[in-house]
Every structure is written in C-alpha cells, then in structure tokens.
Design a protein around this ligand. Sequence first.
Ligand code: SF4
Length: 383
Amino acid sequence: MNDGLRPLGIYVHIPFCRQKCLYCDFLSAAAPDAVMGRYVDVLCRQMMQEAPQYAGFAVRTVFVGGGTPSILTGLQMRRILGTIRDNFTLSGNIEITVECNPGTLDDEKLACYRQAGVNRLSIGLQSAQDDELRALGRIHDYETFLKSYRAARRAGFSNINIDLLSALPGQTLEGWTDTLRKAAALSPEHISAYSLIIEEGTPFYARYGDGSAPGFLPLPSEEEERRMYERTEEFLREQGYCRYEISNYARPGYACLHNIGYWNRTDYVGFGLGASSLVDNVRWKMTQDMQTYEKNFEKTEIQRLSWMEQVEEFMFLGLRMTKGIAVADFRRLFGTGIREVYQDTLCRLERDGLLLFFDDGRRIRLTKRGVDISNYVLAQFLL
Ligand code: SF4
C-alpha cells in the first residue's frame, strides 16, 4: 500500500480561542460561533481544492493545532478530518493529533474525535498551580484539566501529550517540581516542557519586556530558570520519560511523529489561516488576513530554499533531536561530506564538549552541555 508515494505531514490551523492568554503571540483570537462555522467551510474548501497537488504523497501525520482546535464542535472536527480522508491518500499507520485546552472538552466531543480517527491528543496544562494559571490568563484551573484528562482516557485515548511551561511569573523551583510531579503521576505518554518566552506585542511584554514589572509577580531569575530546566530532565528521566528533543519527552514508542517530521524536514503542507508549509524545499505561509484567506487562499513569504539554506536547516533542526543526524544522510542529500562544509565548526564544538560523533563516527549529536546552550550551538551552523 502507498508504494512509491512520498511521506507528507498535514498541519491544520484553527485560529480561535475562548480568550487570549496574556503571554500568547500565536495567531488566535476569540470569535463568534458563526465565524468559526464559516472558517471550517472555507478550510475544507481549501483542502479539497489543493489536494490534487499532493497526489504523489501519502499522509503520515495530521496535526490540528491552534489556537484551540477543541473549541470547535465534535462535528466540525469530524468534517475537517473527513475532508482529509476523502481527498488525500493516508498511510495505514497514520498519527492524527488534535490540540486541546482544558475547559473545551466533553465526552461527546471526544467520542467524535475517536470516530474521526484521532489517535493522539495534546492537552495544554502549562501549570498545575492555579495561581500560575491565573497569572497566565488561562481559561482553566488544574481541576478542570484533570476532568478533561480523565474524560480523554475514558474515551479511549492511549496517546496523550501534556504541555507544560516553566519560568512563569511567581514560579518557584518547588512549584515547578510539583507541576512535573502531578503531570507525571497521570502517566501521559508524552510531555512537552517549554520555558516561557516573553514575546513582543503581548500584555506580558508590556509588563516584563524591559525586565521590570512593578506591581506584578516577578519572573524567575536566570539562575532559577536554569535550575527548573535541569530539574525537568532529571525528574522526567527518573519517571521513565526519554528526552528525544530539546523540550520533548516520551515513553518508549510515543515520540510525536508529526514533530519529528518537522525536525527531519519531511514535506508538510499547512491548511488554514497563517499555516506554514515546506514542500520540495519551498517554504510558504498562508496569509494571516481572514478576508484574503477566504477569497483566494493567498500564499505569502514564498521562498525556494537555496542549497545552503537546506544544509543549515538540516543541521539545526536535526541536532534538536537527541539521536542527532546521520553523516551518511548529509552526503546523500547534499552531495558532499559534512566535514567539507563544517570542518571548523565541528572541530570547535567537539573540542568545547558541546557536540560529539557517536556510533563509530556515523552520527553526530549535541552533548548534554550542548543541549543546555542549544541556541548558541545551533546558531554555529549558519553558513
Ligand atoms: S490557548 Fe494557546 S493559542 Fe490560545 S491564547 Fe492561550 S496560549 Fe494562545
């Protein structure tokens, strides 16, 4: 089955949330039901219209992200996934993930997801401390999350990710450890643990952008943030989670195939407002303007990647994963040896203990120290 077809990931963007969190710079906003209903119509039209371009591909992963995809009704989600099923060739062992937020899930919706073939849920908890959730402007408390999580298990979901955020206003190492403990105690198959980044244009930026925040809970110091980061790896390892990417941990066999596709630079196409794509080394983004989107699905920022850009991406995406990259893949993809391009960089990073060759020199990965300062190390691969 699917012989000769190339693998493809599909990303579907749902740009709606019940309310905007104070730290969020994702493309999402609150909207009336009618607007969401019309968006689903337009989204399905886009997928039907563009599907013939992907006749040579078999879809291996679908990721419905946002925003808050679970704000849609179960029937709307079924329609979106039905449109994909009816118009694309799907791999037999496809992974279909839906991002959900606590407070927007119920038994009926979850049953619809199951009928639609959803086999992975990603639930945004962020913190198990109610005061931290309030400070973030989240719509839920910890108890609401627990109800959603238990409902998901009851509905039969056996592959669940929990999203967590550290370095929050007012957060202490003890509070973060308690969040990790509570999350791990539920035994999800996957945990994503990111640090909060204060993004420009958000209410948090107005508060914390220049470092001061009079009248607000302070952000943890750099030292506290580093200790939270170290605690994450240590604690989750003890609990049987394997770190397979800088911020992602999974039980054996449960790494997220869709995200691995991004890091391996597998082709993917994004549908919906502002969604990004990479197909045949061309990157583009759908317009972020709803009216333009509805009118003609306008693509923006279309960029054919040069050989050099492909090489850079291969390195800094591949090295995010703990299994690193294969030296032979580099030669196969780029027609030259990795040392011919990166001799000096590799020697320097190896000498500084930030990167190492392993598997008899067949693979390269970051060391633990390299992962700790990955932003710096990965930037060294820009040509
Ligand atoms: S739920 Fe997620 S996408 Fe929506 S506003 Fe909050 S952080 Fe942003």
